[in-house]
Design a protein. Structure first.
Length: 280
């Protein structure tokens, strides 16, 4: 898309220019998720209209837009979480993970959700110990060896920047952790099964600024290991964390591109109006 409109004076653009360097260009070999012409309905209501975009490997892609624009719906399409909602369905188009249609008959949905993990808006630790929360997915996968479980739990907690805070109380109930710690525990639980992609649906919306900063730092660090797609209402967060940003409005993808360009020089007038605060 051409980039003709400008929002260089917006707070999000100023913060992004100060904190986020441009991400690398996307080539065909870099694409991990390929979305083509996707239409989605909740019963008779069309929530997504012909969405086409690509998610590059080992980068952070942010979905932004006003409430009800379809960004969380698309996120849940990527690991078929919407299959759990009655009368919710993809009615047209394809979503490919490493070139394979995720709706193909041979695709195992459980394996898909292992490869494409998810962290939800509200932290949802199990009412189990910290250790068992992280080990849960491994046990479901058939891992029983204690030494392997111990190693994976430690690695995952380290990956989620939580190990030093909980290493001496792994047997404590996960619900005893603070809100920010619980969210990082949920990230550790997702990391334990070694996903290729991590979906994050407004992971900081219920957190205080200090906890939010820790999660944002974690997101930036994890992008070296795993592809991350994050839905956020916070444009400053998108500017700080993401390499690429997609703007949605009324079920349509209005614009997608490098975060620095989208915030400083958007191609579409709707994007410029949103990031400059004129609506949303």
């Amino acid at each position: 898309m051409s980039e003709t409109q400008t929002a260089k004076g917006s707070p999000a653009a100023r913060e992004m220019n100060a904190t986020k360097s441009p991400g690398p260009a996307v080539t065909a070999d870099d694409v991990v998720i390929d979305i083509e012409g996707v239409e989605f309905h909740y019963g008779p209501v069309r929530a997504l209209q012909g969405i086409t975009m690509q998610v590059p490997r080992r980068q952070v892609t942010a979905f932004i837009g006003p409430s009800g624009c379809g960004k969380s719906t698309l996120l849940r399409c990527l690991n078929r979480m919407n299959d759990l909602i009655e009368q919710a369905r993809v009615t047209a188009g394809t979503i490919r993970l490493d070139g394979i249609d995720i709706h193909a008959p041979q695709v195992d949905v459980i394996e898909l959700r292992r490869r494409v993990g998810m962290v939800f808006q509200k932290s949802n630790p199990f009412p189990k110990s910290i250790y068992e929360n992280v080990a849960y997915g491994l046990r479901i996968a058939g891992v029983r060896a204690r030494d392997r479980l111990d190693e994976s739990v430690e690695q995952s907690l380290r990956g989620a920047a939580l190990w030093d805070e909980v290493k001496d109380r792994l047997g404590a109930n996960a619900l005893s952790l603070s809100g920010g710690q619980q969210q990082r525990l949920c990230i550790a639980r997702a990391l334990a099964v070694q996903p290729e992609v991590l979906l994050m649906d407004e992971p900081c919306s219920a957190l205080d600024p200090i906890a939010t900063a820790k999660v944002e730092e974690l997101i930036s660090r994890l992008a070296d290991q795993v592809t991350i797609v994050i839905v956020t209402h916070n444009m400053q967060q998108a500017a700080r964390c993401s390499d690429r940003t997609a703007f949605f409005y009324l079920g349509q993808l209005i614009e997608v591109g490098r975060t620095d360009k989208l915030f400083s020089n958007p191609a579409q007038p709707q994007t410029e109006a949103y990031i400059s605060g004129r609506f949303g």
